[in-house]
Design a protein around this ligand. Structure first.
Ligand code: NAP
Length: 323
């Protein structure tokens, strides 16, 4: 295929999609493209007011060449920093949507203020990985019941700098020893979760697949907690001179969108930009770090995630159980 663009997104009418963190950045653009192609899109966001404003912006969007229908956009409250909130969001989504074609685990934080999630987890790992692990587990039977469904998890180039030491569980970011690289560790966990989930889905012989994607480097609100010079560097004013390295949130969403809709995508694949340093450009299949592919580490992370969240992802029988 020539350079992939959003013009390649197939008709999404009849499909139901949940996008976490869809009120800004990559999540917003992903939700917008899928809604404009006809999907019913649930914006699963922690701040309902921001989510409603995002939904209004999608509905009011200017016509694009591919806008097929009036966007059908819904809002659900979801705070990934609270397993209780994840459970209630999953219940409401299940009650409202008998089918679920796509779950896009997109929401994320980078260097949030110090503290803990409601359940006592280091916040980067708690929000970026554990919250999404629990949400996926709680929606899994709905996804498994929908032929050809997908779970897309948005990770980062920086997963390559993550390290999860399975021999010493306390050096997991969730453990007592504070991680020195919480963001790369959480993004590594996103990758390892995708690969382990895909293996379990394939073993169960179901048509649901798990795919990962990264946006390269994109101008979004992710840098909001970083020092001012970094925010200036990433900001709109630098856009004209930094476009060779940093792309817009619109094109940043292309890799997650392609992972979500490309009919040729296969489980366990990883989509990211094809340009210089893989930071921008059209999305293609790319590669994970060797650390992420280690089966023993993936299994240990899965067990630890089940233990910490109290949500067991039972792919084999298409069930999720809560302890
Ligand atoms: N931008 C990049 O260059 C880049 C590079 C690599 C990977 N990524 C990944 O792309 C994904 C999207 O990030 P972005 O760049 O689009 O940043 P963003 O504009 O800051 O968007 C992050 C989204 O996550 C939401 N979120 C944060 N904490 C949450 C929580 N506790 N519960 C529910 N939602 C929560 C935010 O909601 P609020 O607005 O309410 O805080 C926001 O909607 C992340 O997974 C990030 O790691 C981004």
């Amino acid at each position: 295929m020539a350079r992939w663009t959003v013009a390649d997104v197939p008709d999404q009418r009849g499909r139901t999609v949940v996008v976490t963190g869809a009120n800004s950045g990559i999540g917003f653009e992903t939700a917008r493209v899928l809604a404009e192609h006809g999907a019913t899109v649930v914006l699963a966001c922690r701040d309902v007011a921001r989510a409603r404003r995002a939904a209004a912006r999608i509905r009011a969007g200017a016509p694009t060449p591919y806008r097929r229908v009036e966007p059908d956009v819904r809002v659900e409250q979801l705070d990934l920093a609270s397993i209780t909130s994840v459970r209630s969001a999953a219940e409401r989504i299940r009650a409202a949507h008998p089918r679920l074609d796509l779950l896009i685990n997109n929401a994320g934080v980078m260097r949030p203020p110090p503290g803990h999630t409601e359940d006592g987890f280091e916040p980067t790992f708690g929000i970026n990985h554990l919250g999404h692990f629990a949400l996926t587990g709680l929606l899994l039977d709905r996804l498994l019941a929908t032929a050809g469904s997908r779970i897309v998890t948005v990770t980062s180039l920086l997963h390559r700098y993550g390290r999860i030491d399975v021999e010493h569980p306390h050096s997991l970011p969730s453990g007592e020893r504070r991680s020195r690289r919480p963001y790369p560790d959480s993004k590594l966990a996103n990758v390892m979760f995708t690969l382990d989930l895909q293996r379990r889905l394939a073993q169960a012989g179901v048509s649901t697949i798990a795919v990962a994607a990264h946006p390269g480097i994109a101008r979004t609100e992710l840098a909001r907690h970083l020092p001012p010079p970094v925010r200036v560097f990433m900001g709109a004013r630098m856009a004209p001179v930094m476009s060779w390295l940093i792309q817009s949130s619109q094109t940043g969403a292309w890799a997650p969108v392609r992972a979500a809709v490309d009919p040729d995508a296969r489980g366990g694949e990883y989509y990211g930009p094809d340009g210089l340093f893989h930071s921008s450009g059209p999305p293609v299949v790319t590669g994970f770090s060797a650390h992420a592919r280690d089966l023993g580490r993936q299994r240990r992370l899965w067990e630890e995630s089940e233990r910490l969240t109290g949500v067991m992802c039972l792919v084999e029988s298409g069930q999720s159980l809560s302890s």
